[in-house]
Design a protein around this ligand. Sequence first.
Ligand SMILES: Cc1ncc(C[n+]2csc(CCOP(=O)(O)OP(=O)(O)O)c2C)c(N)n1
Ligand SMILES: [Mg+2]
Length: 379
Amino acid sequence: MPRSRPTPIPAESADTDSAFQAAKATYDAGQQAGNMLQLIAPDGAVVRPELLPEPETRLHLYRQMRRARHFDERGWVLYRQGRMGVFPPFGGMEASQVGTAAALTADDWLFPTYRDTGAALTLGLPIARAIAYWRTSPHGWHMPENLKVLPFYIPIATQYPQAVGAALAEQKQGTRNIAMAFIGDGGSSEGDFHEALNFAGALNAPCVFILQNNGWAISVPTHSQTRATDLSRRAEGYGIPGVRVDGNDALATYHVTREAVERARSGGGPTLIETVTYRVKPHTVADDPSRYRTDADSAGWDAKDPVLRLRTHLLQGGLMGEADEAALLAEIAVEFEAALTEADGYPDPRPEEILDHVFAEPTPQLRQQREQILAEVEA
Ligand SMILES: Cc1ncc(C[n+]2csc(CCOP(=O)(O)OP(=O)(O)O)c2C)c(N)n1
Ligand SMILES: [Mg+2]
């Protein structure tokens, strides 16, 4: 029997421009404020007064967000001066990082990605260490004793299963400590993300998973890499709660994370939190986003700036005066410059140091490579 020819797929149903535009429209519609928890609107107006945290907490969040932004802004300048390596800026994502990390205590674990300097600083990573990390100096790889912040993860999604492991270790030891892990929208398409959520759900691990949906995975927009328009609903597949929050509203991110942290601490298991935010900056300071996105793609996001939003709220509510703010900013600038001086004082790395902390006990191959490097340095 001669086989009939398969009907060709019409161009529109393949991954064509029109299919892409339809996916984008559906995705954009889902990103409206009504589809996620918000406590303060972009103009600073209070939307949910009954959920506002204490005034001291709001001021604490503002301070930490300003510290984070200062790092990001000074980082750009230092990069241009050749005093910092390539790093991924996070300006515009401070509420997503600070509001979440601020819900932890120093006994909890934090598993950050390369973009989450703001979260790590909030939990106590010294600024000098963060500078050293982005100078690729070994001083940035080692965490101070007792700081349960892991070095920034560069391989996408690997931190998620590892955070579940840390959470289960705490559970086995009978503590009330939890693990919080960060991931991006792109990372949530990786297998490790799904395995970790399933593993954590099945074993009731005390974990809080933060999924920062910033609209982009380098040059790939969220609506192009998945047809899911509400990433928090991925939690349903694993039988765990999923929450969607305005990621540019620090009071909202703090509120939902506090609840998730309490649930995890009291044996209620893991939660997935999607913070809806935007990568207003390039992927890294060496990236040029004009190659793959237009101003129209990013329209409206500057007006949702998380730092200015909380600032307006604090000023309008009389919780902070202009003079208080000026003093805060001056203090933060002094703190940063002192940390920069400390980082400048760290000795240059030795070439063989790159192998020193791969394993607690070096493998024969690592020992051999170390000797090779030493011989090359000597030659
Ligand atoms: C396992 C792995 N695959 C690919 C890469 C290359 N890579 C670096 S960043 C990135 C995009 C990640 O996007 P997203 O998870 O949304 O995080 P964002 O950069 O937006 O914070 C990719 C694919 C990597 N670092 N690790
Ligand atoms: Mg992303």
